[in-house]
Design a protein around this ligand. Sequence first.
Ligand code: ATP
Length: 503
Amino acid sequence: QEDLFKNVVSHAKEYGFIFQSSEIYDGLSAVYDYAQNGVELKKNIRDYWWKSMVQMHENIVGIDAAIFMHPTTWKASGHVDAFNDPLIDNKDSKKRYRADVLIEDYAEKLNQKAQKEIEKARTRFGEAFDEAQFVSTNPRVVEYLSKKNEILQRMARGLESGDLADVKALIEELEIADPETGSKNWTEVRQFNLMFGTKLGASADSAMDLYLRPETAQGIFVNFLNVQKTGRMKIPFGIAQTGKAFRNEIVARQFIFRMREFEQMEMQFFVKPGEEMKYYEYWKETRLKWHLSLGLGKENYRFHDHEKLAHYANAAADIEFNFPFGFKELEGIHSRTDFDLKAHEEFSGKKLQYFDTEENKNYVPYVVETSVGLDRMFLAVFSKALQEETLEDGSTRTVLRLPSVLAPTKAAVLPLVKKDGLPEVARQIIEDLKWDFNVAYDEKDAVGRRYRRQDALGTPFCITVDHQTLEDQTVTIRHRDSMQQDRVKIEELRGIINNEVSM
Ligand code: ATP
């Protein structure tokens, strides 16, 4: 698993998907740049989301709100007071950690111990193994799992009540050590706000303190009535948006999984109060189906229903994905009640109400939101697509089995040799196809090596022009996944590619 993750990071760099930001200055931690192929993959994921949410839903429209918002927005949303991580410093190493992550890691180790026992028993008992029975009766497993739950519950209680001394006591009691140095000499736990601050205006005394938005959702809430009125939207309806968000994450590891500057794809769905649970269930299912439609394997997704809810929610679930480092949150679906709109009414003094013509009354709608990180989607797709294959002849190939609809380049056109007019024919094919698809030209190296290069980039088709092409206007088309090659007419290419790559 660790090796797989290393491969993902190095493949992303070597093939021009993702570079460390400001690499020549040794990089900036948890900030990344999308390279020539990465930017295409990222755009295709965004488009795939946008099409399914906006184009396919008559009652969902999009907006693109500014990153800068009036600072009162973040008071109303609760981010000034409550968007905090509990931090702890190690006095010896001077390293800073998230207290909750240290505790979660400890709990996860207990969980892994339990899983190991379960796996051992499974091999021992074979077919007859009853996992549920074993988990509830084996003393060691019971002990590991109940200890794990107790720890997580105590942590949640401490964080919720704001009693951070309890959180520190838990760390001491468990004798959790600095993961890098082993030291157990900890400071108090304190809250740290995740928003980046900046200033608007030039003169020192009149400059206004601003925040870079930590989520895109608030741009939708403050525009709710503008969109509803000008779009003559009827409840239930949604507003969708994709865009950058910024968080001063302390535990910034795991590549593009947790970044300081990242992109979200969010949709807020406005419903009649009392109907939110119906739509919450609807969006949970609908979003899971969207993920499954990419064909990365059903077993890689699971729901995690939240017991501990954020201050604005009355129900929340994550769609978790099996990343190279285990199941982690990919998307959140939240029933946010009327918390945000009510808060903006209160802080702005403006009404944010909907007039329901059927009921003949005004109300503040409830909101169900779906929120997925674009970069996390990228990591999910990229890490599952990256595969090492052993072929029939014993050789290996690296292939990026991206869903074709998301592939950065849809086809590469390759003249078999660099002479006899073959490059010219290849260029003509490109001239024709490039109106509809991203297509690449490659004439360097033996054709087998060129195939492998395109496999590693995730290109679904290679089109090879050879001498026969000059006689009968046919080419070979090679499929990335099966490596099967078919002889087809040039004029059929557009249809074949389109069939495979269209949404
Ligand atoms: P986490 O628990 O992993 O910090 P979160 O619960 O704070 O995530 P939300 O505030 O619900 O996340 O944001 C919605 C989505 O935005 C997440 O599901 C995730 O895909 C994405 N996201 C959040 N923070 C980051 C980040 N620092 N880097 C990349 N994506 C992020």
